[in-house]
Design a protein around this ligand. Structure first.
Ligand code: FAD
Length: 318
């Protein structure tokens, strides 16, 4: 079922959803299920699965030929989505990125997802790979998420690449996109970022999931600005319970977000990570309660491969 239909069927109740990472190469599905199992009693209508881009390194062999090696650590997004749908009978939302894909490869990936009975995709540009200073698309790939949305929507309408004809049997994906209450780090200002967010909705995206934030006021302001700009799509808050002291600096540097002083001071005062995680859980519970009161359709948690803290937050709310 589509994410937007889950919202419609919720009857005003706030839904609980979460995002998982594919397990590291070499781990198996069982490891992943041990992270998902503890969260299933809170009845997530859908689970997001992130996509981790391939990066290649080239090694010179003794015979002079170049050997191409993938450095990808978390493959398997598509297979995991299909496995979760089979195992838990719950919808999945694979993340689909522009980076590393030609349009044709994207088309083939979407055909696979459609045949596997997956009804949703979260469409993203993806970040640049470590060896590059800025995002560089494949020679025949997409520059921005909005272009990838256009391809998905065309396929929903039965239009495939390099084919004049429109077919009756198109795909039927519900498209979600990313939004940034504290602005995307490359955007010169929030207003310009919102202009492009509005374009993603105009191209056919039906809902927005936000980057994580620790200050609800940032989310409320963002929603207000979006509504002023005429963006009416549901805006799903993305939340991450802070779990270690290191994350105080790591999360802002990775995701270009702020940690409020009150939270930073409380975590810094903790003797160890166990105490820090408790502070993180309590903070996330307060954030979640306030967001439920605000009337968000869904709370979306970044589990980052560990379900313990998300479970504690869910226990207090759902
Ligand atoms: P876009 O919407 O394309 O925007 C990128 C930048 O370009 C922004 O600064 C925007 O303002 C600007 N822009 C947009 N359109 C135009 C235009 N037409 N002309 C000029 N400027 C433009 N990354 C992964 O690799 N895998 C994942 O699974 C993943 N999941 C994510 C889930 C969520 C909820 C979020 C918030 C992010 C996720 N990311 C993921 C990270 C994401 O790929 C990066 O933040 C990336 O840098 C931007 O992606 P986007 O889709 O927001 O890009």
């Amino acid at each position: 079922m589509k994410v937007t239909d889950h919202f419609k069927n919720a009857d005003g109740k706030t839904l609980f959803t979460f995002e998982i990472l594919p397990p590291l190469k070499g781990e198996n599905l069982h490891t992943l299920y041990t992270h998902i199992d503890p969260l299933m009693e809170f009845k997530p209508p859908f689970i997001d699965v992130t996509y981790h881009r391939e990066e290649y390194i080239y090694k010179q062999r003794e015979n002079g030929l170049l050997e191409k090696r993938s450095t990808r650590k978390r493959p398997g997004t598509v297979g995991i989505c299909a496995a979760i749908q089979n195992h838990y009978k719950v919808d999945t939302v694979p993340h689909l990125i522009c980076g590393g894909f030609t349009k044709e490869e994207t088309e083939n990936a979407l055909i696979d997802l459609h045949f596997l009975g997956i009804d949703n995709v979260l469409v993203l540009r993806g970040d640049c790979v470590k060896s590059e200073q800025r995002f560089i698309p494949e020679p025949d790939g997409h520059n921005y998420a909005s272009e990838l949305i256009e391809q998905v929507v065309n396929m929903n309408n039965g239009c495939y690449l390099d084919d004049e004809q429109a077919y009756n049997n198109g795909t039927d994906f519900c498209v979600g996109v990313a939004g940034y209450p504290e602005k995307h780090f490359e955007a010169p200002n929030l207003k310009s970022d919102l202009r492009w967010l509005k374009q993603k909705i105009a191209m056919g995206a039906e809902y927005i999931v936000t980057q994580m934030f620790f200050d609800n006021q940032k989310y409320f302001d963002f929603v207000n600005l979006c509504r002023q700009e005429g963006i009416t799509a549901p805006i799903i808050p993305g939340l991450k319970p802070l779990t270690t002291k290191t994350q105080l600096c790591l999360l802002p540097s990775l995701f270009h977000i702020d940690v409020p002083c009150e939270l930073a001071d409380a975590v810094e005062a903790c003797a160890d990570n166990k105490a820090a995680a408790q502070v993180g859980v309590e903070w996330a519970i307060q954030q979640s309660k306030e967001l439920v009161e605000f009337g968000v359709p869904c709370l979306h948690y970044y589990s980052m491969g560990k379900s313990g803290s998300v479970r504690k937050v869910a226990e207090a709310l759902f």
